[in-house]
Design a binder for this molecule. Structure first.
Ligand code: SDX
Length: 419
């Protein structure tokens, strides 16, 4: 495949092509402005590659998702800590590496005791995502430098679930539960969420398996909004905790990770309204309404999001195992069926995404809606970390996009008495 040709004002320019290992082709325009004086413009970066990356591959047309080459469907059998290692260090850990990795994640799960005081300043109504972002950034006050990146990576992965558990306890006025070293990562989180000092807690293996799957499915997704934010912030040399805190804030938006909370709120609205789907599907098609079918559509997937297929299956299995009959699951399935037959959704290739069914599982675990995006963040942590590490190792330039200025041309200063 030769170079790309651009003809601008009668002059022809050639730009080299970059071809990835899955034969994706990009035009390298890094010299475009130097050579032509013009820039490109790409609202939302839908057509723009920001980097080369070896971490995750998505084929949106075929509904393919692979972490370091391994299909997501094969990773359902993994443990989340294995997948975290795979994403961050590029290979599945052998037995010795896995034991050492788990040991470190266990050893670093406590927060500095003074960090508990930060929670006293938050109002009970504080959204857990606000607390998570603030507390992750605050970790840099205790671990100010990135001299030992691998240790800070362990600290972040180990402490984030403790911060999440403490945030939940803060929001319901219960005592904080400390991590227990004999518990595995997911069990430990459920313990910190649902145990109370007054009695022991038996953690359901069904819920532990469901949480493990949810964390794996959310672990990475190439250059999504929050991961690109982590790379953008990290490109200035900002430390790991500051970069990840920025990613948490980007994830919070209802068009991104906040969608899982918005999906349940939408399903509850449909339920309260008597359960009719068509009215909401019609509203989602009406641009004036400002309403969207949350959990539907994706910038990259123009087919089923493979994660939503897996989660739909898991929701059926987990609710059956728990003997839970959640009417919202039936509403979600009905809504999906109606929407997937509607020309508006078919023409725009709008399918359920990862957020459409995840909330049903979180509800089955007893996790409150305002914690759903925190759950997404806990899953996405290894992905964010892997991209921050890759960006640093690649020696990426500071990210600094250009713009097309559309404001006032040169104008004189006018003293206030003349305005
Ligand atoms: C995540 O990027 C990632 O990888 C993200 C993620 C990850 O793992 O990190 O997969 C996680 O964020 C999943 C997406 C969760 N968000 C939602 O479910 C919110 C609802 N979905 C949308 O707002 C939307 O589909 C986005 C934000 C997901 C994608 O937006 P795009 O790519 O900018 O698409 P668009 O807004 O340009 O929509 C294209 C058309 C428009 O109609 P037309 O202008 O062509 O007439 O489709 C319509 C949109 O109005 N549309 C929808 C819709 N999503 C898109 N119409 C109704 N309901 C929807 N959900």
């Amino acid at each position: 495949m030769g170079n790309a040709k651009l003809i601008l004002e009668g002059k022809e320019y050639e730009f080299p092509l970059v071809v990835g290992t899955e034969n994706e082709v990009g035009i390298d325009i890094s010299k475009l402005r130097d050579r032509t004086g013009v820039i490109t413009l790409d609202d939302g970066y839908g057509n723009t590659g920001s980097c080369r990356s070896a971490i995750t591959f998505i084929d949106g047309d075929k509904g393919i998702l692979r972490y370091r080459g391994i299909p997501i469907e094969e990773l359902e059998q993994a443990r989340f800590t294995e997948v975290a290692f795979l994403l961050i260090y590029g290979h599945l850990p052998n037995a010795a590496e896995l034991t050492q990795w788990r040991e470190k994640l266990t050893r670093h799960s406590l927060l500095h005791e003074d960090m508990k005081k930060f929670f006293e300043g938050f109002p009970a109504s504080a959204h857990p995502m606000a607390m998570l972002s603030a507390m992750v950034a605050s970790l840099s006050t205790y671990y100010p430098d990135d001299l030992d990146v691998d240790l800070n990576i362990v600290r972040l992965l180990a402490k984030a679930k403790t911060i999440a558990g403490f945030s939940y306890k803060k929001s319901i006025g219960q005592p904080f539960m400390y991590p227990m070293n004999h518990l595995a990562y997911t069990e430990n989180f459920l313990h910190m969420m649902f145990a109370v000092p007054a009695e022991p807690l038996k953690i359901s293996p069904t819920l532990e398996r469901a949480l493990n799957l949810l964390l794996i499915l959310h672990a990475d997704h190439e250059q999504n909004c929050s991961t690109s934010t982590v790379r953008m912030v990290g490109s200035s040399g900002a430390n790991l905790f500051a970069s990840i805190s920025a990613g948490i804030s980007a994830l919070w938006g209802p068009l991104h990770g906040g969608a899982n909370q918005a999906v349940i709120e939408m399903l509850e609205k449909i339920q309260a309204d008597g359960g009719g789907y068509q009215k909401f599907v019609d509203k989602a098609k009406d641009k004036e309404s400002g309403f969207r079918l949350m959990g539907f559509g994706h910038r990259v997937y123009k087919n089923f999001d493979p994660r939503s297929r897996i989660l739909k299956k898991a929701a059926d299995a987990v609710l059956a195992e728990l003997g839970v009959d959640d009417p919202l699951l039936e509403i979600a399935k009905g809504l999906e069926e109606v929407a997937l037959k509607d020309p508006y959704f078919v023409e725009r290739k709008l399918y359920p995404n990862v957020d459409f069914y995840s909330g049903i599982l979180y509800r089955a675990m007893g996790i409150p809606t305002n914690m759903f995006t925190v759950m997404f963040a806990l899953g996405r942590l290894p992905g964010w970390i892997a991209h921050w590490k890759e960006m640093r190792e690649q020696g990426s330039r500071i990210n600094r996009p250009r713009q097309i200025y559309t404001g006032a041309t040169q104008s004189p200063w006018v003293p206030v008495d003349k305005r």
